[in-house]
Design a binder for this molecule. Structure first.
Ligand code: GUN
Length: 285
């Protein structure tokens, strides 16, 4: 069994991005500039946005974090998005999800100018992705593809099972694996006898958000197991929680050929996906 080390691969790719930014700047271009909008005080969202800003600094990007109270109205938020759409200094914009219940996430996502939509959530980018055309790929599936490519994992003709059908991970992940010549199955909460599908997976991608959901008996011997889950589970540590994936790592790692750990697997690759998109936003100009 080999660990797919997202931390290591992300580190390498970040060095490549940094070198490319230095080259761009030396050639007279501006530095890539990512803006992130954060609404409210959700602990996980605050951690993610802070990590994204730190990544930007490490690779030589500019970043701006705009924070708003959870009471911001939908109209006010849409107007903030429009301001960034029209700001030539900013190349990419993400609005961290989830948003408070009174704000329509779909409306916000669709208001971001698709040319600055480095999360790849805008329907125009989603359409390009499904057609296999150049676009901003959603960061998590993009990062997973980069990780599979780094380890030279064969995809052509393989059975890929994706558990989860979210717009952010499950659906785009299945499209990208299809583009890489996998035979793709999407399982979800209404799937009957899920084991009968997962046991046939050469590549199993779990994105359900249920800690330790994937058990050893669900996994084919030698399979590539990608764990997208990252749930905060309360414990007695100083932080008060630990991060737990969707895969029962201890037991599944005895069956799998390759497996991503949590943390240190998909998480850092997701962040790299966002950096690659932001760099692309500048290069596409
Ligand atoms: N919330 C969970 N994942 C993501 C993501 O990839 N982008 C944004 N904007 N919000 C998220």
């Amino acid at each position: 069994m080999q660990i797919l080390n997202g931390n290591e691969v992300a580190k390498q790719i970040k060095l490549e991005i940094k070198a490319e930014v230095e080259q761009l700047v030396a050639n007279g271009s501006k530095k890539p500039h990512l803006a992130a909008i954060l609404v409210g005080n959700d602990g996980a969202s605050m951690t993610y946005v802070a990590a994204k800003a730190k990544d930007c600094e490490q690779v030589g990007f500019d970043s701006t974090v705009l924070r708003f109270d959870a009471s911001i109205t939908e109209a006010e938020l849409l107007s903030e998005v429009e301001k960034i759409n029209n700001n030539p200094e900013i190349d990419g914009l993400i609005v961290q999800l989830p948003l408070p219940k009174h704000i329509n996430e779909k409306k916000v996502t669709e208001t971001i100018k698709w040319q600055k939509d480095v999360d790849g959530f805008h329907p125009y980018n989603v359409g390009l992705m499904f057609k296999g055309l150049p676009c901003y790929l959603p960061a998590t599936p993009f990062g997973i593809i980069k990780l599979l490519e780094h380890y030279n994992i064969e995809t052509t003709g393989k059975n890929c099972v994706v558990i989860g059908r979210s717009d952010i991970v499950g659906k785009p992940m299945s499209a990208l694996m299809l583009n890489k010549n996998c035979t793709v199955t999407i399982c979800h909460s209404k799937t009957v006898v899920i084991n009968s599908f997962t046991q046939k997976a050469d590549i199993l991608i779990a994105a359900v958000g249920i800690p330790n959901y994937v058990k050893a008996e669900m996994v084919k011997q030698g399979a590539v197991v990608i764990d997208v889950g990252i749930t905060r589970v309360d414990d007695s540590s100083e932080k008060g929680y630990k991060l737990v994936g969707d895969v029962d790592f201890e037991n599944v790692s005895k069956v799998a050929g390759y497996i991503t750990p949590v943390p240190g697997g998909v998480g850092p690759m997701t962040r790299v996906g966002l950096l690659l998109n932001t760099l692309l936003a500048v290069k596409a100009k």
